[in-house]
Write a protein that binds this ligand. Structure first.
Ligand code: PRP
Ligand code: ZN
Ligand code: MG
Length: 223
């Protein structure tokens, strides 16, 4: 990896975290000029640039050193640590950012008899979070099948490819639309600033320290 003197932050290209993340960085006094392909934002004042990517790719980009930091959901970070990033150096949640709040939950068809997690034994559960779900099941000694889907997880019970699901819930609208009922919360999530456990000891480290100070000020004002 070529040495860099500018701090590079990965964030979601388009999705629920994009606007609030940009808004937060703007409040921290950062301004950007976007590249024509909209994949890169060049920092105009401070030496901080943005890389706009799919949220699921963010932890890997930090782990590889392509980016120094990322703004990503705790759910995506946690899943990475348990799966693709399991053998590497763990990433650190530097700050919770207070937006993008949602939860990773189990949901079952409204007409399914369900009282406690042990009722999931022998079922198939569809999810995009096999790592987090697998750990939750293991810690409770529940033997269930995990069906990994990249998206549209909520439709799996209707299609007959799973008995229950484990997915993100924000308003609950998607669950209602699919006649599902939330039963257990595995993880309370929100956007976080993620980074490596050991920070670079160069100009980037100095800039990061300054950014964290400003973040703390902005987050405090908002609360
Ligand atoms: C997320 C999540 C749920 C839905 C929950 O999907 O996977 O499907 O939002 O939100 P709600 O409780 O407010 O209905 P999203 O629309 O972000 O798309 P994705 O699943 O393709 O990532
Ligand atoms: Zn995603
Ligand atoms: Mg979805």
């Amino acid at each position: 990896m070529k040495p860099r003197d500018r701090l590079r932050i990965a964030m979601q290209k388009s999705g629920r975290l994009t606007e609030p993340a940009l808004d937060l960085l703007t409040r921290c006094g950062l301004t950007f000029r976007q590249s024509r392909d909209k994949l890169f934002c060049f920092g105009e004042g401070e030496p901080v640039d943005l890389l706009l990517v799919r949220d699921d790719d963010i932890p890997g980009l930090i782990a590889q050193g392509v980016c120094d930091l990322g703004i990503v959901g705790r759910n995506v970070l946690g899943e990475f640590q348990l799966t693709a990033g399991r053998d590497g150096e763990p990433l650190d949640e530097l700050r919770p950012l207070g937006f993008g709040r949602c939860r990773l939950s189990i949901a079952v068809p409204q007409d399914m008899a369900y009282e406690a997690p042990k009722d999931l034994a022998g079922t198939r559960i569809a999810t995009s979070y096999p790592g987090l779900l697998g750990e939750w099941l293991r810690s409770r000694g529940i033997d269930a099948g995990v069906v990994t889907l990249a998206g549209s997880v909520e439709i799996a019970p209707k299609l007959g490819t799973a008995d229950a699901i484990c997915d993100l819930v924000q308003s609950g609208g998607t669950l209602v639309a699919n006649q599902l009922r939330e039963t257990d919360v595995l993880l309370e999530s929100e956007a976080v600033l993620a980074g490596p456990l050991t920070l670079p000891v160069d100009e980037r480290g100095d800039m990061l320290e300054l950014l964290l100070k400003r973040l703390d000020g902005v987050i405090q004002v908002r609360e």
